[in-house]
Design a binder for this molecule. Structure first.
Ligand code: PEP
Ligand code: MG
Length: 588
Protein backbone atom coordinates (compact mmCIF):
# COMPACT_ATOMS: atom_id res chain seq x y z
CA UNK A 1 0.00 0.00 0.00
CA UNK A 2 1.13 3.55 -0.76
CA UNK A 3 2.23 5.95 1.96
CA UNK A 4 0.57 9.30 2.61
CA UNK A 5 3.57 11.02 1.06
CA UNK A 6 3.23 9.03 -2.16
CA UNK A 7 -0.51 9.66 -2.33
CA UNK A 8 -0.04 13.40 -1.91
CA UNK A 9 2.92 13.54 -4.32
CA UNK A 10 0.82 11.87 -7.00
CA UNK A 11 -2.30 13.97 -6.42
CA UNK A 12 -3.09 16.96 -8.60
CA UNK A 13 -6.42 17.58 -6.86
CA UNK A 14 -4.85 18.44 -3.49
CA UNK A 15 -4.90 21.68 -1.56
CA UNK A 16 -2.51 22.20 1.30
CA UNK A 17 -3.37 24.08 4.47
CA UNK A 18 -2.71 23.90 8.18
CA UNK A 19 -3.66 20.73 10.05
CA UNK A 20 -5.86 22.39 12.66
CA UNK A 21 -7.74 19.45 14.19
CA UNK A 22 -6.80 15.78 13.73
CA UNK A 23 -8.90 13.15 11.98
CA UNK A 24 -9.81 11.95 8.49
CA UNK A 25 -13.19 12.54 6.93
CA UNK A 26 -14.75 11.98 3.49
CA UNK A 27 -17.96 13.79 2.64
CA UNK A 28 -19.99 16.27 0.63
CA UNK A 29 -19.20 19.96 0.67
CA UNK A 30 -21.48 22.55 2.16
CA UNK A 31 -20.24 25.93 0.96
CA UNK A 32 -20.91 28.30 3.78
CA UNK A 33 -20.99 31.87 2.51
CA UNK A 34 -22.37 34.88 4.18
CA UNK A 35 -24.12 37.56 2.24
CA UNK A 36 -21.78 40.52 2.07
CA UNK A 37 -23.35 43.32 4.06
CA UNK A 38 -23.75 46.59 2.15
CA UNK A 39 -23.23 49.56 4.43
CA UNK A 40 -25.68 52.41 4.05
CA UNK A 41 -23.87 55.73 4.46
CA UNK A 42 -26.74 58.11 3.79
CA UNK A 43 -27.54 61.00 6.10
CA UNK A 44 -29.76 60.36 9.09
CA UNK A 45 -32.86 62.52 9.18
CA UNK A 46 -34.15 61.47 12.57
CA UNK A 47 -31.30 61.11 15.07
CA UNK A 48 -33.52 59.88 17.91
CA UNK A 49 -34.94 57.13 15.71
CA UNK A 50 -31.41 56.13 14.60
CA UNK A 51 -30.30 55.93 18.22
CA UNK A 52 -33.26 53.81 19.16
CA UNK A 53 -32.58 51.50 16.16
CA UNK A 54 -29.05 51.12 17.45
CA UNK A 55 -30.29 50.29 20.92
CA UNK A 56 -32.64 47.69 19.50
CA UNK A 57 -29.90 46.10 17.36
CA UNK A 58 -27.55 45.94 20.35
CA UNK A 59 -30.27 44.29 22.39
CA UNK A 60 -30.94 41.68 19.70
CA UNK A 61 -27.19 41.02 19.23
CA UNK A 62 -26.85 40.53 22.95
CA UNK A 63 -29.74 38.08 22.96
CA UNK A 64 -28.19 36.06 20.12
CA UNK A 65 -24.74 36.02 21.65
CA UNK A 66 -26.04 35.05 25.07
CA UNK A 67 -27.61 32.02 23.42
CA UNK A 68 -24.33 31.15 21.66
CA UNK A 69 -22.49 31.60 24.96
CA UNK A 70 -24.84 29.22 26.76
CA UNK A 71 -24.40 26.56 24.01
CA UNK A 72 -20.62 27.07 24.29
CA UNK A 73 -20.75 26.51 28.03
CA UNK A 74 -22.64 23.29 27.50
CA UNK A 75 -20.21 21.98 24.89
CA UNK A 76 -16.88 23.38 26.00
CA UNK A 77 -14.91 24.27 29.10
CA UNK A 78 -14.97 27.69 30.72
CA UNK A 79 -11.71 28.94 29.21
CA UNK A 80 -12.83 28.31 25.66
CA UNK A 81 -16.36 29.51 26.07
CA UNK A 82 -14.85 32.75 27.38
CA UNK A 83 -14.36 33.70 23.71
CA UNK A 84 -18.05 34.51 23.60
CA UNK A 85 -18.07 36.18 26.96
CA UNK A 86 -15.40 38.52 25.59
CA UNK A 87 -17.66 39.36 22.63
CA UNK A 88 -20.54 40.07 24.98
CA UNK A 89 -18.30 42.45 26.86
CA UNK A 90 -17.64 44.43 23.67
CA UNK A 91 -21.40 44.92 23.41
CA UNK A 92 -21.32 46.49 26.85
CA UNK A 93 -18.19 48.57 26.35
CA UNK A 94 -19.33 52.06 27.50
CA UNK A 95 -16.51 53.91 25.70
CA UNK A 96 -17.26 52.27 22.37
CA UNK A 97 -21.03 52.70 22.70
CA UNK A 98 -20.68 56.32 23.74
CA UNK A 99 -18.46 57.21 20.80
CA UNK A 100 -20.88 55.51 18.38
CA UNK A 101 -23.83 57.46 19.80
CA UNK A 102 -21.94 60.72 19.78
CA UNK A 103 -20.94 60.28 16.15
CA UNK A 104 -24.54 59.54 15.13
CA UNK A 105 -25.59 62.77 16.84
CA UNK A 106 -22.77 64.95 15.56
CA UNK A 107 -22.12 63.57 12.10
CA UNK A 108 -25.72 62.52 11.42
CA UNK A 109 -24.51 59.31 9.80
CA UNK A 110 -26.30 55.96 9.70
CA UNK A 111 -25.70 53.84 12.82
CA UNK A 112 -24.53 50.94 10.63
CA UNK A 113 -21.84 53.12 9.09
CA UNK A 114 -20.63 54.41 12.46
CA UNK A 115 -20.63 50.91 13.99
CA UNK A 116 -18.65 49.65 11.00
CA UNK A 117 -16.17 52.50 11.14
CA UNK A 118 -15.60 52.51 14.92
CA UNK A 119 -15.12 48.75 15.26
CA UNK A 120 -12.96 48.59 12.11
CA UNK A 121 -10.64 51.16 13.69
CA UNK A 122 -10.10 48.81 16.66
CA UNK A 123 -9.51 45.93 14.30
CA UNK A 124 -6.98 47.79 12.19
CA UNK A 125 -4.84 48.40 15.22
CA UNK A 126 -5.02 44.70 16.08
CA UNK A 127 -4.35 43.57 12.51
CA UNK A 128 -1.13 45.55 12.41
CA UNK A 129 0.17 43.66 15.38
CA UNK A 130 2.94 41.19 14.68
CA UNK A 131 1.42 38.77 17.15
CA UNK A 132 -0.53 35.95 15.52
CA UNK A 133 -3.03 35.71 18.35
CA UNK A 134 -3.87 39.43 18.28
CA UNK A 135 -4.43 39.15 14.52
CA UNK A 136 -6.81 36.28 15.09
CA UNK A 137 -8.72 38.21 17.74
CA UNK A 138 -9.23 40.98 15.15
CA UNK A 139 -11.06 38.45 12.97
CA UNK A 140 -13.19 37.35 15.91
CA UNK A 141 -14.37 40.93 16.27
CA UNK A 142 -15.75 40.77 12.71
CA UNK A 143 -18.42 38.54 14.12
CA UNK A 144 -19.69 41.06 16.60
CA UNK A 145 -19.42 43.96 14.12
CA UNK A 146 -21.39 42.13 11.42
CA UNK A 147 -23.88 40.90 13.96
CA UNK A 148 -24.79 44.45 15.04
CA UNK A 149 -24.93 45.69 11.43
CA UNK A 150 -27.09 42.75 10.37
CA UNK A 151 -29.46 43.44 13.21
CA UNK A 152 -29.59 47.12 12.26
CA UNK A 153 -30.61 45.97 8.77
CA UNK A 154 -33.08 43.54 10.37
CA UNK A 155 -31.65 40.56 8.48
CA UNK A 156 -31.20 36.97 9.68
CA UNK A 157 -28.37 34.55 9.06
CA UNK A 158 -28.77 30.88 8.74
CA UNK A 159 -26.76 28.70 11.05
CA UNK A 160 -28.53 25.44 10.34
CA UNK A 161 -27.30 23.62 7.27
CA UNK A 162 -27.58 20.29 5.49
CA UNK A 163 -26.63 17.65 8.05
CA UNK A 164 -23.50 15.48 7.83
CA UNK A 165 -21.57 17.71 5.45
CA UNK A 166 -18.10 19.21 5.47
CA UNK A 167 -18.32 22.95 5.83
CA UNK A 168 -16.02 24.88 3.50
CA UNK A 169 -15.84 28.61 3.98
CA UNK A 170 -13.76 31.67 3.41
CA UNK A 171 -13.49 32.00 7.15
CA UNK A 172 -15.53 31.00 10.17
CA UNK A 173 -16.15 32.97 13.29
CA UNK A 174 -16.14 31.13 16.62
CA UNK A 175 -19.94 31.45 16.74
CA UNK A 176 -20.31 29.98 13.23
CA UNK A 177 -18.10 27.04 14.16
CA UNK A 178 -20.05 26.34 17.28
CA UNK A 179 -23.52 26.75 15.81
CA UNK A 180 -22.70 24.73 12.67
CA UNK A 181 -21.36 21.89 14.80
CA UNK A 182 -24.93 21.37 15.98
CA UNK A 183 -25.83 20.15 12.47
CA UNK A 184 -23.48 17.19 12.74
CA UNK A 185 -20.79 18.84 10.67
CA UNK A 186 -18.18 16.22 9.78
CA UNK A 187 -15.28 18.58 9.09
CA UNK A 188 -14.24 22.19 8.56
CA UNK A 189 -12.08 23.73 5.84
CA UNK A 190 -11.36 27.45 5.67
CA UNK A 191 -9.34 29.72 3.40
CA UNK A 192 -8.19 31.86 6.30
CA UNK A 193 -7.18 31.29 9.88
CA UNK A 194 -4.24 29.71 11.65
CA UNK A 195 -3.66 27.18 14.39
CA UNK A 196 -4.54 29.73 17.02
CA UNK A 197 -7.75 30.85 15.32
CA UNK A 198 -10.69 30.21 17.52
CA UNK A 199 -12.37 28.21 14.79
CA UNK A 200 -9.36 25.87 14.98
CA UNK A 201 -9.40 25.76 18.77
CA UNK A 202 -13.13 25.02 18.80
CA UNK A 203 -12.78 22.27 16.15
CA UNK A 204 -10.13 20.57 18.28
CA UNK A 205 -12.30 20.94 21.31
CA UNK A 206 -15.33 19.42 19.56
CA UNK A 207 -13.22 16.70 17.93
CA UNK A 208 -14.11 17.73 14.38
CA UNK A 209 -11.28 17.32 11.81
CA UNK A 210 -10.25 20.65 10.32
CA UNK A 211 -7.83 22.14 7.81
CA UNK A 212 -7.49 25.92 7.86
CA UNK A 213 -5.46 28.52 5.93
CA UNK A 214 -5.95 26.93 2.48
CA UNK A 215 -5.86 30.45 0.91
CA UNK A 216 -8.33 29.95 -1.94
CA UNK A 217 -9.98 26.54 -1.73
CA UNK A 218 -13.41 28.18 -1.92
CA UNK A 219 -12.54 29.19 -5.50
CA UNK A 220 -11.91 25.59 -6.57
CA UNK A 221 -14.81 23.93 -4.85
CA UNK A 222 -18.53 23.68 -5.59
CA UNK A 223 -21.45 22.81 -3.39
CA UNK A 224 -21.92 19.04 -3.19
CA UNK A 225 -18.40 18.22 -4.39
CA UNK A 226 -16.93 15.29 -2.51
CA UNK A 227 -13.76 16.03 -0.55
CA UNK A 228 -11.38 14.26 1.78
CA UNK A 229 -10.14 16.27 4.75
CA UNK A 230 -6.94 15.03 6.35
CA UNK A 231 -6.61 16.88 9.64
CA UNK A 232 -3.42 14.97 10.47
CA UNK A 233 -1.37 16.26 7.55
CA UNK A 234 -3.31 19.40 6.55
CA UNK A 235 -4.47 18.30 3.08
CA UNK A 236 -7.80 18.45 1.28
CA UNK A 237 -8.45 16.32 -1.81
CA UNK A 238 -11.16 17.65 -4.12
CA UNK A 239 -13.36 15.09 -5.90
CA UNK A 240 -11.00 12.23 -5.04
CA UNK A 241 -10.20 9.44 -7.48
CA UNK A 242 -11.39 5.91 -6.78
CA UNK A 243 -7.90 5.00 -5.65
CA UNK A 244 -7.69 7.96 -3.25
CA UNK A 245 -11.12 7.14 -1.84
CA UNK A 246 -10.09 3.55 -1.21
CA UNK A 247 -6.83 4.63 0.43
CA UNK A 248 -8.50 7.05 2.83
CA UNK A 249 -11.47 4.82 3.56
CA UNK A 250 -9.10 2.09 4.63
CA UNK A 251 -7.07 4.58 6.72
CA UNK A 252 -10.25 5.80 8.34
CA UNK A 253 -11.40 2.26 9.12
CA UNK A 254 -7.99 1.43 10.54
CA UNK A 255 -8.16 4.48 12.73
CA UNK A 256 -11.54 3.46 14.11
CA UNK A 257 -10.26 -0.09 14.74
CA UNK A 258 -7.09 1.19 16.34
CA UNK A 259 -9.00 3.41 18.71
CA UNK A 260 -11.24 0.50 19.69
CA UNK A 261 -8.21 -1.76 20.19
CA UNK A 262 -6.48 0.81 22.35
CA UNK A 263 -9.31 0.90 24.84
CA UNK A 264 -8.06 -2.34 26.39
CA UNK A 265 -4.78 -0.64 27.41
CA UNK A 266 -6.44 2.23 29.18
CA UNK A 267 -6.44 0.83 32.68
CA UNK A 268 -3.25 -1.18 32.36
CA UNK A 269 0.16 0.17 33.42
CA UNK A 270 2.86 0.93 30.84
CA UNK A 271 4.95 -2.04 31.88
CA UNK A 272 7.66 -3.59 29.69
CA UNK A 273 7.55 -7.35 29.22
CA UNK A 274 10.38 -7.70 31.74
CA UNK A 275 8.58 -5.59 34.31
CA UNK A 276 9.97 -2.04 34.09
CA UNK A 277 7.24 0.54 34.58
CA UNK A 278 7.29 3.74 32.56
CA UNK A 279 5.06 6.51 33.89
CA UNK A 280 3.05 8.18 31.17
CA UNK A 281 1.95 11.73 31.78
CA UNK A 282 -0.11 14.08 29.65
CA UNK A 283 0.88 17.43 28.16
CA UNK A 284 -1.99 19.86 28.53
CA UNK A 285 -2.18 23.00 26.44
CA UNK A 286 -5.69 24.09 27.22
CA UNK A 287 -7.65 23.24 30.31
CA UNK A 288 -10.45 21.80 28.14
CA UNK A 289 -8.22 18.83 27.42
CA UNK A 290 -8.51 17.67 31.00
CA UNK A 291 -11.43 15.37 30.19
CA UNK A 292 -9.30 13.56 27.61
CA UNK A 293 -6.48 13.30 30.17
CA UNK A 294 -8.74 11.81 32.79
CA UNK A 295 -9.97 9.18 30.33
CA UNK A 296 -6.63 8.50 28.64
CA UNK A 297 -5.16 6.42 31.44
CA UNK A 298 -2.42 9.01 32.13
CA UNK A 299 -0.51 8.94 35.41
CA UNK A 300 -1.02 12.67 35.71
CA UNK A 301 -0.11 15.89 33.91
CA UNK A 302 3.59 16.17 33.11
CA UNK A 303 3.37 19.57 31.48
CA UNK A 304 0.69 22.21 31.75
CA UNK A 305 1.70 25.03 29.39
CA UNK A 306 0.23 27.96 31.31
CA UNK A 307 1.16 30.50 28.63
CA UNK A 308 -1.73 29.01 26.68
CA UNK A 309 -4.08 30.68 29.16
CA UNK A 310 -2.67 33.99 27.95
CA UNK A 311 -3.14 32.97 24.31
CA UNK A 312 -6.76 32.18 24.99
CA UNK A 313 -7.61 35.13 27.18
CA UNK A 314 -5.27 37.56 25.40
CA UNK A 315 -4.45 39.06 28.78
CA UNK A 316 -2.97 38.18 32.14
CA UNK A 317 -5.38 36.52 34.51
CA UNK A 318 -5.41 37.90 38.03
CA UNK A 319 -4.12 35.90 40.99
CA UNK A 320 -7.67 34.83 41.88
CA UNK A 321 -8.44 33.79 38.31
CA UNK A 322 -5.29 31.72 38.19
CA UNK A 323 -6.04 30.09 41.55
CA UNK A 324 -9.39 29.03 40.13
CA UNK A 325 -7.88 27.53 36.97
CA UNK A 326 -5.09 25.65 38.79
CA UNK A 327 -7.35 24.45 41.63
CA UNK A 328 -9.88 23.08 39.15
CA UNK A 329 -7.21 21.15 37.30
CA UNK A 330 -5.65 19.90 40.52
CA UNK A 331 -8.96 18.58 41.79
CA UNK A 332 -9.90 16.97 38.48
CA UNK A 333 -6.60 15.11 38.24
CA UNK A 334 -6.27 14.27 41.97
CA UNK A 335 -4.65 12.08 43.33
CA UNK A 336 -2.41 12.20 40.25
CA UNK A 337 0.19 14.89 39.83
CA UNK A 338 -0.27 18.19 38.03
CA UNK A 339 2.98 19.78 36.78
CA UNK A 340 2.40 23.48 36.21
CA UNK A 341 5.00 25.14 34.07
CA UNK A 342 5.61 28.84 34.76
CA UNK A 343 4.57 31.11 31.87
CA UNK A 344 6.94 30.39 28.97
CA UNK A 345 6.56 33.77 27.34
CA UNK A 346 8.72 34.94 24.41
CA UNK A 347 10.33 33.11 21.51
CA UNK A 348 7.57 31.99 19.19
CA UNK A 349 4.99 32.14 21.95
CA UNK A 350 2.87 34.82 23.61
CA UNK A 351 4.88 38.02 23.94
CA UNK A 352 4.65 40.71 26.53
CA UNK A 353 5.14 43.70 24.32
CA UNK A 354 5.31 44.75 20.72
CA UNK A 355 9.04 45.39 21.04
CA UNK A 356 10.96 43.22 18.62
CA UNK A 357 14.08 41.26 19.30
CA UNK A 358 16.44 40.35 16.46
CA UNK A 359 16.61 36.82 17.84
CA UNK A 360 13.55 36.13 20.00
CA UNK A 361 14.45 32.47 20.55
CA UNK A 362 17.74 33.61 22.06
CA UNK A 363 16.19 36.54 23.83
CA UNK A 364 13.97 37.35 26.76
CA UNK A 365 12.10 34.10 27.05
CA UNK A 366 10.87 31.78 29.81
CA UNK A 367 12.57 32.18 33.17
CA UNK A 368 14.62 35.13 31.89
CA UNK A 369 11.49 37.15 31.23
CA UNK A 370 9.85 36.09 34.51
CA UNK A 371 12.84 37.25 36.54
CA UNK A 372 12.73 40.57 34.69
CA UNK A 373 9.03 40.91 35.55
CA UNK A 374 8.88 39.81 39.17
CA UNK A 375 5.34 40.99 39.86
CA UNK A 376 3.99 38.81 37.08
CA UNK A 377 6.07 35.88 38.27
CA UNK A 378 5.03 36.40 41.89
CA UNK A 379 1.34 36.50 40.95
CA UNK A 380 1.67 33.14 39.27
CA UNK A 381 3.72 31.61 42.10
CA UNK A 382 1.22 32.82 44.72
CA UNK A 383 -1.65 31.40 42.67
CA UNK A 384 0.08 28.03 42.21
CA UNK A 385 0.89 27.88 45.94
CA UNK A 386 -2.67 28.78 46.93
CA UNK A 387 -3.97 26.06 44.58
CA UNK A 388 -1.54 23.48 46.00
CA UNK A 389 -3.68 22.42 48.96
CA UNK A 390 -4.37 18.98 47.46
CA UNK A 391 -0.59 18.44 47.52
CA UNK A 392 -0.56 17.15 43.98
CA UNK A 393 0.84 20.27 42.28
CA UNK A 394 4.45 20.79 41.33
CA UNK A 395 5.97 23.79 39.61
CA UNK A 396 8.44 23.87 36.72
CA UNK A 397 10.66 26.60 35.27
CA UNK A 398 11.15 26.89 31.49
CA UNK A 399 14.32 27.87 29.58
CA UNK A 400 16.72 27.65 32.50
CA UNK A 401 20.34 28.15 31.45
CA UNK A 402 22.20 29.17 34.64
CA UNK A 403 22.23 28.08 38.26
CA UNK A 404 21.60 31.69 39.32
CA UNK A 405 18.22 31.62 37.59
CA UNK A 406 17.26 28.62 39.71
CA UNK A 407 18.50 30.24 42.91
CA UNK A 408 16.70 33.53 42.18
CA UNK A 409 13.45 31.73 41.37
CA UNK A 410 13.73 29.68 44.56
CA UNK A 411 14.24 32.84 46.58
CA UNK A 412 11.08 34.36 45.11
CA UNK A 413 9.11 31.17 45.76
CA UNK A 414 10.37 31.24 49.35
CA UNK A 415 9.29 34.87 49.78
CA UNK A 416 5.84 34.07 48.43
CA UNK A 417 5.53 31.16 50.85
CA UNK A 418 6.44 33.46 53.75
CA UNK A 419 3.86 36.00 52.59
CA UNK A 420 1.14 33.35 52.43
CA UNK A 421 2.02 32.10 55.90
CA UNK A 422 1.58 35.65 57.22
CA UNK A 423 -1.73 35.89 55.39
CA UNK A 424 -2.81 32.61 57.01
CA UNK A 425 -3.27 30.97 53.64
CA UNK A 426 -2.78 27.26 53.54
CA UNK A 427 -0.59 25.68 50.89
CA UNK A 428 1.50 22.55 50.37
CA UNK A 429 4.47 22.89 52.75
CA UNK A 430 6.39 20.31 50.70
CA UNK A 431 5.82 22.13 47.46
CA UNK A 432 8.10 20.69 44.73
CA UNK A 433 9.95 22.73 42.17
CA UNK A 434 11.70 21.51 39.04
CA UNK A 435 13.26 22.75 35.82
CA UNK A 436 13.00 22.08 32.13
CA UNK A 437 16.25 20.91 30.60
CA UNK A 438 15.90 22.40 27.15
CA UNK A 439 18.98 24.57 26.73
CA UNK A 440 22.32 22.83 26.08
CA UNK A 441 23.90 24.73 29.02
CA UNK A 442 21.39 23.11 31.39
CA UNK A 443 22.12 19.70 29.86
CA UNK A 444 25.85 20.12 30.41
CA UNK A 445 25.27 21.31 33.99
CA UNK A 446 22.63 18.70 34.91
CA UNK A 447 24.66 17.30 37.80
CA UNK A 448 24.90 20.68 39.54
CA UNK A 449 21.42 21.92 38.61
CA UNK A 450 19.72 18.72 39.76
CA UNK A 451 21.01 19.26 43.29
CA UNK A 452 19.02 22.51 43.44
CA UNK A 453 15.68 21.11 42.35
CA UNK A 454 13.19 18.32 43.04
CA UNK A 455 12.80 17.07 39.47
CA UNK A 456 13.82 17.69 35.86
CA UNK A 457 11.97 17.45 32.59
CA UNK A 458 13.73 17.25 29.23
CA UNK A 459 12.06 19.51 26.67
CA UNK A 460 13.28 17.90 23.49
CA UNK A 461 11.57 20.43 21.22
CA UNK A 462 13.81 23.25 22.37
CA UNK A 463 16.77 21.09 23.30
CA UNK A 464 17.07 19.88 19.69
CA UNK A 465 16.54 23.41 18.38
CA UNK A 466 19.29 24.90 20.53
CA UNK A 467 21.67 21.95 20.30
CA UNK A 468 21.50 21.76 16.51
CA UNK A 469 21.21 25.55 16.12
CA UNK A 470 18.09 25.11 14.02
CA UNK A 471 14.88 27.13 14.34
CA UNK A 472 12.18 24.58 15.13
CA UNK A 473 9.66 26.36 12.91
CA UNK A 474 11.86 27.14 9.89
CA UNK A 475 11.17 24.99 6.82
CA UNK A 476 14.46 25.93 5.19
CA UNK A 477 16.49 24.13 7.80
CA UNK A 478 13.99 21.51 8.93
CA UNK A 479 16.26 18.74 7.59
CA UNK A 480 18.70 19.58 10.36
CA UNK A 481 16.04 19.25 13.05
CA UNK A 482 16.70 15.60 13.80
CA UNK A 483 15.62 14.04 17.06
CA UNK A 484 17.60 10.92 16.16
CA UNK A 485 20.86 12.78 15.67
CA UNK A 486 23.54 11.06 17.79
CA UNK A 487 24.31 14.54 19.19
CA UNK A 488 20.79 14.62 20.63
CA UNK A 489 20.94 11.04 21.91
CA UNK A 490 24.28 11.53 23.61
CA UNK A 491 23.05 14.73 25.25
CA UNK A 492 19.95 12.95 26.56
CA UNK A 493 22.09 10.10 27.82
CA UNK A 494 24.35 12.60 29.61
CA UNK A 495 21.37 14.27 31.31
CA UNK A 496 19.90 10.95 32.48
CA UNK A 497 23.25 9.74 33.80
CA UNK A 498 24.13 13.03 35.52
CA UNK A 499 20.74 13.25 37.24
CA UNK A 500 21.06 9.71 38.53
CA UNK A 501 23.74 10.80 41.00
CA UNK A 502 21.36 13.10 42.83
CA UNK A 503 18.52 10.57 42.43
CA UNK A 504 16.26 13.20 40.94
CA UNK A 505 13.39 12.16 38.70
CA UNK A 506 13.84 13.01 35.03
CA UNK A 507 10.90 13.12 32.70
CA UNK A 508 10.56 13.90 28.97
CA UNK A 509 7.95 16.34 27.72
CA UNK A 510 8.87 17.29 24.14
CA UNK A 511 7.28 15.81 21.03
CA UNK A 512 10.00 13.15 20.88
CA UNK A 513 8.36 11.42 23.84
CA UNK A 514 5.22 10.97 21.73
CA UNK A 515 7.04 9.62 18.69
CA UNK A 516 6.36 5.92 18.75
CA UNK A 517 9.62 5.33 16.87
CA UNK A 518 11.60 7.05 19.64
CA UNK A 519 9.97 5.29 22.58
CA UNK A 520 12.08 2.07 22.68
CA UNK A 521 15.19 4.20 22.37
CA UNK A 522 14.21 6.56 25.21
CA UNK A 523 13.26 3.65 27.43
CA UNK A 524 16.58 1.99 26.59
CA UNK A 525 18.47 5.18 27.41
CA UNK A 526 16.89 5.07 30.87
CA UNK A 527 13.72 7.17 30.63
CA UNK A 528 11.19 6.24 33.32
CA UNK A 529 8.62 8.92 32.67
CA UNK A 530 7.30 10.37 29.42
CA UNK A 531 4.80 13.18 28.96
CA UNK A 532 2.86 13.56 25.73
CA UNK A 533 -0.44 14.73 24.27
CA UNK A 534 -3.21 12.70 25.95
CA UNK A 535 -4.42 11.21 22.67
CA UNK A 536 -1.04 9.53 22.09
CA UNK A 537 -0.84 7.85 25.50
CA UNK A 538 -2.61 4.61 24.53
CA UNK A 539 -0.33 4.25 21.48
CA UNK A 540 2.77 4.70 23.65
CA UNK A 541 1.42 2.28 26.19
CA UNK A 542 0.92 -0.38 23.59
CA UNK A 543 4.52 -0.09 22.37
CA UNK A 544 5.93 -0.22 25.90
CA UNK A 545 3.89 -3.29 26.75
CA UNK A 546 5.39 -5.08 23.72
CA UNK A 547 8.95 -4.06 24.68
CA UNK A 548 11.63 -5.81 26.59
CA UNK A 549 13.72 -3.34 28.60
CA UNK A 550 16.93 -5.38 28.26
CA UNK A 551 16.53 -5.38 24.46
CA UNK A 552 15.78 -1.66 24.45
CA UNK A 553 18.94 -1.01 26.49
CA UNK A 554 21.02 -2.80 23.88
CA UNK A 555 19.29 -0.80 21.12
CA UNK A 556 20.16 2.44 22.94
CA UNK A 557 23.81 1.45 23.31
CA UNK A 558 24.02 0.62 19.60
CA UNK A 559 22.38 3.94 18.68
CA UNK A 560 24.76 5.91 20.91
CA UNK A 561 27.62 4.56 18.81
CA UNK A 562 26.13 5.72 15.51
CA UNK A 563 27.55 8.68 13.62
CA UNK A 564 24.35 9.95 12.00
CA UNK A 565 20.57 9.82 12.31
CA UNK A 566 20.07 7.60 9.25
CA UNK A 567 21.96 4.79 10.98
CA UNK A 568 19.96 5.35 14.17
CA UNK A 569 16.61 5.20 12.39
CA UNK A 570 17.67 2.08 10.53
CA UNK A 571 18.58 0.38 13.81
CA UNK A 572 15.28 1.33 15.42
CA UNK A 573 13.21 0.17 12.45
CA UNK A 574 15.09 -3.13 12.50
CA UNK A 575 14.35 -3.37 16.22
CA UNK A 576 10.61 -3.03 15.58
CA UNK A 577 10.78 -5.66 12.85
CA UNK A 578 12.94 -8.12 14.80
CA UNK A 579 10.63 -7.94 17.80
CA UNK A 580 7.42 -7.89 15.71
CA UNK A 581 6.16 -4.63 17.20
CA UNK A 582 3.75 -2.57 15.11
CA UNK A 583 3.43 1.13 15.63
CA UNK A 584 0.91 3.85 14.84
CA UNK A 585 2.73 5.47 11.94
CA UNK A 586 2.79 2.16 10.11
CA UNK A 587 -0.92 1.86 10.61
CA UNK A 588 -2.37 5.33 10.03
C1 PEP B 1 10.00 21.60 24.74
O1 PEP B 1 10.70 22.57 24.45
O2 PEP B 1 10.29 20.42 24.44
C2 PEP B 1 8.74 21.79 25.48
C3 PEP B 1 8.05 20.78 25.94
O3 PEP B 1 8.32 23.05 25.65
P1 PEP B 1 7.57 23.89 24.51
O4 PEP B 1 7.30 22.97 23.35
O5 PEP B 1 6.35 24.42 25.16
O6 PEP B 1 8.58 24.95 24.21
MG1 MG C 1 10.35 24.46 25.36
Amino acid sequence: MKTFKQVYNDADNKVHGIAAAPGIVIGKVYLFTKEKLEINDSEVTNVEEAKSDLEEALKQSKKELTKVFSIAREKMDATRSAIFEAQLMILDDPVLLKSIEERIEKEKRQPEYVVFDEITKYQDIMKHSREAYINERAHDIDDIKNRIIRNLQKKRWQSRITKDTIVVSDMLTPADTLLLSRSNVKGFVTDHGGLTSHAAIISRSLNIPAVVGTHDITKHIKENDTIIVDGFHGYVLINPTKEQKEFFTSKFEHLVELQKGLEEFKDKPALTKDGREILLYANVDVSGEIDVVVTSGANGIGLYRTEQILEELSEFPTEDEQVKIYSNLSSRIYPNILTIRAFDIGGDKFRLSESTEANPFLGLRGIRLLLENPSLFRTQIRAVLKASQNRNIRFMLPMVSTIMEIKKAKAIIHECEEELKKENCSFDRHFKMGIMVEVPAAAVMTKEFSKEVDFLSIGTNDLIQYLMAVDRGNDLVSDLYQEFSPAVLRTIYHILTAAKESKKEVSFCGEMAADTLAIPLLVGLGATSLSMSPATIPYAKRIIRYLNYEHAKQLAQDCLNCTNEVEVIRLIEKFFKDHSITRTRQII
